[in-house]
Design a protein around this ligand. Structure first.
Ligand code: ATP
Length: 289
């Protein structure tokens, strides 16, 4: 038995200062969207009792440090299903880029196994298991546009965004999220206007959406990797209406109203940055084929 699932990347339209509690738990408040740029995760039962990970990316761990592996382990344990699994990941989302690729792969495994074995667990139960893998997994179980709060486990679905295009640029920089979070207490950051952005999304008002986006971690990551600011400026210079970093970086995205404008920006930026992607809000649920 096998099944293939799409695992879309996420972007943060907003990310407010996370609150770090004394027990190490982190409280988030962010607005996430799922985009077309996606990994493809195939899950297949085998006659062994092993979970095996295969990927076209040389960068990924193949043991339980891989979030897809962890997801499979948790699902089999919780449902007491005894089987071997072969998980094949077609990796299109840049790794450690602030695009949630690992979490999305994990969410894809939960959805795929739920369907493959016809367990029919509700999304809320999969999201609860997902939280044991990573704080972004519950969101990735649901996908689409959502306000994510709590430890990443409180997901409030939001209306579909108006049509818009995204040009993503991934600079050659490696960002450590824990290191960025450590600097929060000593750096003055700019809070996003989350409430105004929520209202703009509810009203499906493009202009208000782009004016109220924001990422509180940007100042900290930019201080370590100034090329992020250069890319943000280039995106605007080449024609985007706004530009912002996703997650803790280093990927930066620019927003355009039309595909033709976004294509022009994509072409201009391709000469300047090695990894550039042109994508839209994903138009369909990351459902099983
Ligand atoms: P975060 O913001 O949570 O650090 P990210 O979106 O920036 O995540 P990911 O692509 O999810 O980045 O990778 C984060 C880390 O997770 C990397 O060090 C990577 O080796 C590890 N990882 C484990 N499994 C996966 C996977 N299936 N895909 C990508 N990375 C994975």
């Amino acid at each position: 038995m096998k099944i293939m699932t799409r695992a879309p990347a996420k972007l943060n339209l907003s990310l407010d200062t996370p609150r770090i509690h004394s027990d190490g738990t982190i409280e988030w408040r962010m607005i996430m969207i799922s985009i077309g740029l996606s990994d493809y995760v195939q899950v297949e039962t085998t006659m062994t009792n092993l979970i095996e990970i295969f990927s076209d990316s040389g960068f990924l761990p193949q043991d339980n440090r891989n979030l897809a592996y962890k997801a499979a382990q948790i699902f089999l344990e919780e449902t007491q299903i005894k089987t071997g699994l072969k998980i094949t990941i077609e990796k299109n989302i840049p790794v450690a880029a602030g695009l949630g690729g690992g979490s999305s792969d994990a969410a894809a495994v939960f959805r795929a196994l739920n369907d493959l074995f016809q367990v029919n667990l509700p999304l809320v139960a999969l999201a609860k298991m997902g939280l044991r893998v990573d704080s972004d997994v519950p969101y990735c179980i649901y996908g689409d546009t959502a306000l994510v709060s709590g430890r990443g486990d409180v997901i409030t679905p939001l209306p579909k965004l108006p049509k818009m295009w995204f040009v993503l640029a991934k600079p050659h920089a490696s960002v450590s999220t824990p290191r960025i979070l450590k600097k929060l207490s000593t750096t003055a950051v700019q809070h996003p206007r989350t409430e105004a952005l929520l209202a703009a999304i509810t009203n499906r008002n493009y202009q208000e959406i782009i004016s109220n986006m924001g990422n509180a971690l940007e100042t900290i990551t930019i201080a370590e990797h100034p090329q992020i600011l250069t890319l943000k400026e280039r995106l605007i210079k080449y024609g985007c209406d706004t530009s912002q970093m996703s997650g803790s970086g280093p990927t930066v995205f620019g927003v355009c109203r039309t595909e033709s404008r976004a294509k022009r920006v994509y072409n201009s930026l391709s000469g300047f940055c090695h990894e550039v992607y042109l994508t839209q809000v994903t138009s369909e649920k990351p459902s099983i084929n």
